[in-house]
Design a protein around this ligand. Structure first.
Ligand code: CDP
Ligand code: MG
Length: 738
């Protein structure tokens, strides 16, 4: 009370400045420049300057229509909601009035397509309804797949809370390298990839009474494969109920695929969203985001902001810049809580985005695509959409796979905008022009199956006994070349024989929930007697981009610290070195801090390592150490990743061996200044150029030793010296060429 009264009594000048600014810019078009001018005239520009030095001009051209609300369902305002108990909140969700009808429909039909606006309660409520209706009797479970790890974890936590149970007991989740379920689990959330793996041990999904394939519209590779498998199972398990749940208008397509399964539509409760576009394209969209956030914060009424960025790095950059600018503004602006959300964020931090915003403050969530449909954050009124996302892209001709930032589709843009209209009328600021929206964005996102390497799933399908992949029941088939290349790679790795059948090695490889190359490397550690080291390298590679920490203000120190870990032979050895030193400090947090290493990533690497050790032992490989034998370790890596070989070219760059593609060593690599003749890279990242990230030095002769199906001596002539490679002159038969 005191606070409010005080402010009322003495309306101090700073407060007034913002009031003025708000009035001036209330007419969107974000006429911030006008506002600034007006304030300048009044001699009040000083504080305002900091903020609106560079502003972005937006124009409003259209509006995303709200769908008709549910008539007899009163709107639940934000404030009411906070006071509601969890059970009341459950009842306030759009899906609630349809509970009985939905259960009835499930009863009557084996396969049901459920369509409903994001946030209507599909993911959190349907499994509970089914549980309450008795679908979990006789030890059977209700399963629900999620394309994203974070969503599986966070939704499971929410449902456990709603049911008043401890997470991991009745309600659990299962994601790669982490199983948080128990004997008692009856509602199980899992990533779609994990369900695929469950087919290996339980091909008829016997332990489930209902399986929900959620977020079907996302069309991830794993979800697409699940469609085919599950459709097949439904035929010989008439007691298994299947729900395909989707946020958007793909329901028709799903229904067609599942033999005309009925569609259950949950009417949305959506408010209109005004759409604003920039007048001109933005050169630096991260900066444009930061400016727009501040513009909204000082000129707009209450309501939280959701910003879509493409990944962790961008989020951290924006976070830093925003924190810095709000710090400079100090108490002149209201409190702005800046919260990141991305896949690698630890779960306690993830939970923060769901906490209610304190009175008087504003929440600003910097999210990846995950907030597009997988996670619903309440009270978002403003959405900022730069129009990009990170996507896998795959060149089936060269076999090169990379993560690239690409423009989103119109469907995505509209989903994003829709996030602003869930609790009240909202606004969406698109950091691109209306023209770009109309002419440059594709209608829909291409399903993942048509743009990624299929090695993994082909191996899995082969181990499920599905040999004829060409005739597999795909919702949308992958391109022929991609399928062919996956088969070719698996053949080169020795996972398939010349008939295309799974080999013993292939069967063992399929035991590992990792990329086939990684699986092969793990298995090769048996021959080279270095399983301890290879398991560590595999674990570290799986968190690799997040091991070293590089704060901008201490960049030099961080770089020095990183260089201290450099080990001869390449980045794989550097990662091994980091891990082993951490083990020697007894997993010290302090040590990580002092060495600019992300403790969280290390903990995750330790968890992954533990899981891998279990898997390695399951395929009966002994854990043995051979840490001084760099050749043995190098050969084991080569046995898995020989596909990713590049050689130094005469010009000092690198060329991939098979496709002669130009690639460069990533500047962060320990090999950056070394330029060895032959390299194997762990992955390619494309920024301005095609960079190899995590490289290891090899000898070309190793390639013939570990991949005789794949390399011929003539492929491996050394172009830098023109010296005779060691193997030249040997016959193909000697090289194991067949
Ligand atoms: O799946 P759908 O998009 O239809 O909705 P949902 O994820 O089941 O979300 C229903 C409600 O639960 C929303 O109001 C969410 O904000 C809330 N929720 C939450 O508070 N915490 C979570 N971890 C997940 C959902
Ligand atoms: Mg959902």
């Amino acid at each position: 009370y005191v606070e409010i009264d005080d402010r009322e009594k003495q309306p101090h000048s700073e407060q007034r400045i913002w009031e003025d600014a708000r009035m001036a810019t209330a007419q969107w078009n974000f006429g911030a420049r006008d506002a600034k001018q007006r304030l300048q005239e009044k001699g009040k520009v000083h504080d305002y300057d900091l903020l609106l030095d560079d502003t972005i001009d937006f124009v409003q051209t259209n509006q995303l229509a709200g769908t008709k609300g549910i008539e007899d369902q009163p709107e639940v305002s934000d404030i009411q909601k906070k006071k509601m108990s969890l059970q009341e909140t459950r009842k306030s969700l759009p899906i609630f009035p349809f509970r009985e009808d939905l259960l009835q429909a499930v009863e009557e039909h084996q396969i049901l397509i459920v369509e409903g606006e994001t946030g209507s309660g599909k993911t959190t409520q349907i499994p509970q309804y089914l549980y309450e209706a008795g679908y979990c009797k006789d030890g059977k479970k209700v399963g629900c797949t999620q394309p994203r790890r974070v969503a599986a974890m966070s939704v499971a936590a929410r449902v456990a809370q709603e049911m008043g149970k401890k997470l991991g007991n009745e309600v659990g989740y299962s994601i790669r390298f982490e199983d948080c379920t128990s004997e008692r689990t009856v509602i199980k959330y899992m990533t779609d990839g994990m369900l695929l793996r469950e087919f290996l041990s339980e091909p008829d999904l016997q332990s489930y009474s209902v399986m929900i394939i959620d977020e079907a519209h996302e069309r991830t590779l794993h979800t697409d494969i699940l469609f085919g498998l599950i459709k097949d199972i439904a035929r010989f398990r008439p007691d298994l109920k299947l729900l395909i749940s989707s946020a958007t208008l793909d329901a028709e397509k799903f229904s067609d695929f599942f033999d005309e399964a009925p569609i259950f539509r949950i009417p949305g409760r959506r408010f209109p969203v005004e759409i604003f576009y920039t007048k001109a394209p933005e050169a630096d969209y991260i900066d444009a985001c930061v400016v727009t956030i501040l513009q909204i914060h000082v000129t707009q009424d209450a309501g939280d902001i959701l910003v879509f960025l493409t990944g962790q790095e961008e989020i951290e950059t924006a976070l830093e810049s925003l924190t810095e600018r709000t710090r400079r503004l100090g108490t002149r602006i209201k409190e702005l809580l800046i919260l990141p959300i991305y896949a690698n964020l630890p779960s306690d931090m993830q939970a923060k985005i769901f906490e209610p915003t304190p009175p008087g403050a504003r929440k600003c969530i910097l999210a990846t695509n995950i907030a597009e449909t997988s996670l619903t954050i309440d009270n978002i009124i403003f959405v900022i959409d730069p129009g990009f996302c990170k996507q896998n892209s795959y060149n089936a001709r060269t076999g090169m796979e990379s993560l690239v930032v690409v423009p989103i589709s119109k469907a995505s843009a509209n989903q994003r905008a829709g996030r602003a209209g869930r609790v009240a009328a909202g606004k969406c600021f698109r950091l691109y022009t209306a023209w770009a929206y109309k002419h440059e964005l594709e209608e829909n996102t291409v399903p993942e199956i048509q743009r990624v390497n299929l090695g993994n799933v082909v191996l899995l399908l082969k181990s499920l006994g599905i040999n004829d992949l060409i005739h597999f029941d795909f919702l949308d088939p992958p391109p022929h070349e991609t399928l062919a290349l996956a088969l070719e790679q698996l053949y080169a790795l020795g996972a398939l024989n010349h008939m295309g059948e799974l080999t013993k090695l292939g069967r063992r490889m399929a035991e590992f929930p990792v990329d086939p190359m990684m699986a092969k490397m793990l298995l090769a550690s048996e021959k080279y007697k270095c399983s301890e080291e290879i398991v560590t390298i595999a674990a570290m590679l799986s968190v690799n981009s997040a091991v070293f920490y590089r704060p901008k203000d201490k960049a030099i120190h961080a770089d020095t610290a990183r260089k201290n870990f450099f080990s001869p032979g390449g980045d794989h050895f550097t990662l091994l070195n980091v891990y082993n030193q951490w083990v020697d400090t007894d997993f010290s947090t302090q040590w990580c801090f002092e060495n600019f290493i992300q403790h969280r990533s290390m903990r995750r690497a330790r968890d992954v390592r533990e899981q891998l050790v279990g898997l390695v032992e399951r395929v009966e490989i002994d854990m043995v150490s051979n840490k001084d034998d760099l050749v043995a370790i190098g050969k084991a890596v080569t046995a898995g990743f020989f596909y990713n070989t590049s050689r130094l070219s005469k010009t000092g760059g690198y060329k991939t061996v098979k496709h002669n593609q130009t690639v460069l060593i990533h500047p962060n690599s320990s090999m950056f200044e070394e330029l060895p003749r032959w390299l194997i890279y762990h992955e390619l990242v494309f920024t301005t150029k095609e960079y190899m990230r995590q490289v290891i030095q090899i000898e070309n002769s190793w390639l013939l030793e570990v991949a005789p199906h794949y390399y011929k001596a003539k492929d491996l002539e050394d172009t830098t010296t023109r010296k005779m490679p060691k193997n030249k002159g040997k016959s193909r038969a000697e090289l194991g060429d067949h």
